[in-house]
Design a protein. Structure first.
Length: 422
């Protein structure tokens, strides 16, 4: 299959869920023999040399773009935004989304796609690149319009809506995020009627998108995970770890909640316990968590697998976000016992007290952590059932096969349309 893939960033290094999914999908498509031309926004925040993807795609073309949130943009975000005229999309959106829409990038992408086309399928990675696929499609040759498959890594308006309900935020910020959620919801609803198929990473997200456009092809394509050899090294029984991008608001909010409301209860029962936080792009807020005695912020690390395996427990204390939690899958594969919140494991399919422990209040969360640290038998049971779960249910090759199958359904709908029923 000849595929045009449009990316919101160069997914390297693959330190967060979105980057991991995009990078491994490219790798698996390449290994399966598909022709994949990549168009990528090379954002200021995640700028990389395009050469890092050269070995896992047919060609790559990038455009530098600055998606940094600005004061002027935030003011404009008070009102429903419009994408630049060149995209030809007459639908309101939010500043959260529109900052990825750049007319110069569109023109460069369009020229490249026309030169290298036609294509069997356009794969847009995330809501933020769907506008490029929609704008490019009319200019591609072929007997039929090129189908567009959008992979929704999250339901973006749900993230903003959940953040707007966080009582730790000011009333003004909660109101602003609520408006952002409304504007983003409107745009997501529109996109669901224009693209030909949507791949979500969880069943909950799929159900949400089906409410926008009940006749759309929407399927869950859960990501895969690499399975390491079983760990036999030394584990620090006093150490808790937390991994995730340290510039992503839901991760920062979760870490702050854990440090303020959970960790003190743990230390009351186990004073020797330490917390180790790692992730890329630590913000000043993240760095401020470090106290050098019981809480350590390591920033970006070279080996996430070893980081998890050398510590007795992984915590995923998320209270906002959407999609599936790659960090949960990786922790299961790393044979690390996990305590998380309901939102923290949303979409994964794990069951409380079988693969992980799931609690929603600070006291219960703290007690669960202490139980795992104090009870090796409980820890080993969770490790065993968790590893068995992830090894049977998740693999990258199977995930990519499901994505291609969904793409073929979109192609079939366009090339063999069913007659309308009176």
């Amino acid at each position: 299959m000849k595929i045009l893939t449009i990316l919101p960033r160069i997914p390297f290094p693959a330190r967060d869920g979105g980057a991991i999914v995009i990078l491994e999908t490219l790798r698996q498509l390449h290994l399966a023999g598909h022709h994949v031309d990549v168009l990528a926004l090379n954002t200021k925040k995640h700028r990389q040399d395009p050469a890092v993807l050269a070995q896992i795609c047919t060609s790559i073309h990038t455009v530098d773009i600055d998606t940094t949130i600005s004061a002027l943009g935030l003011v404009r975000g008070l009102f429903r935004s419009r994408l630049p005229d060149g995209f030809g999309i007459d639908a309101g959106t939010s500043y959260w989304v529109s900052r990825f829409a750049d007319e110069q990038a569109l023109e460069s992408f369009r020229t490249r796609a026309i030169q290298n086309g036609p294509y069997d399928l356009i794969l847009c990675e995330s809501l933020f690149t769907a506008c490029y696929g929609i704008a490019i499609r009319p200019h591609l040759q072929g007997p039929h319009p090129t189908p567009i498959l959008m992979r929704a890594h999250n339901v973006e308006h749900i993230i903003q809506s959940r953040l707007s309900k966080e009582r730790s935020r000011s009333r003004l910020e909660r109101w602003y995020r609520s408006r952002t959620a409304q504007h983003t919801h409107s745009y997501e609803s529109y996109i669901g009627t224009v693209v030909d198929a949507i791949a979500t990473v969880s069943d909950d997200d799929a159900a949400e998108f089906r409410t926008y456009h009940p006749t759309a092809i929407v399927e869950t394509v859960q990501p895969g995970v690499h399975l390491p050899e079983r760990y036999t090294g030394t584990v620090d029984r006093d150490a808790i770890c937390m991994l995730g991008s340290l510039d992503w608001t839901p991760n920062l909010e979760g870490a702050s909640w854990f440090i303020q409301h959970v960790f003190p209860h743990i230390q009351e029962q186990r004073p020797s316990t330490t917390l180790h936080i790692a992730g890329r792009n630590p913000t000043p807020q993240a760095l401020a968590f470090h106290n050098g005695t019981s809480i350590f912020v390591h920033g970006e690390i070279d080996d996430a697998l070893a980081f998890r395996q050398q510590r007795a427990l992984t915590v995923v204390p998320l209270y906002s976000g959407s999609g599936i939690r790659i960090k949960i899958l990786e922790a299961l594969a790393a044979q690390s016992p996990i305590v998380t919140t309901p939102i923290g494991c949303e979409g994964v399919g794990v069951v409380h007290d079988r693969e992980v422990l799931i609690y929603d209040t600070s006291g219960e969360f703290a007690d669960a952590c202490v139980r795992i640290l104090n009870e090796p038998e409980l820890s080993q049971r969770l490790v065993s059932t968790g590893f068995d779960f992830v090894s049977k249910r998740y693999s990258w090759s199977a995930a990519t096969d499901r994505l291609i199958s969904l793409g073929r359904k979109a192609i079939d709908r366009i090339t063999n349309p069913k007659p309308a029923v009176d």
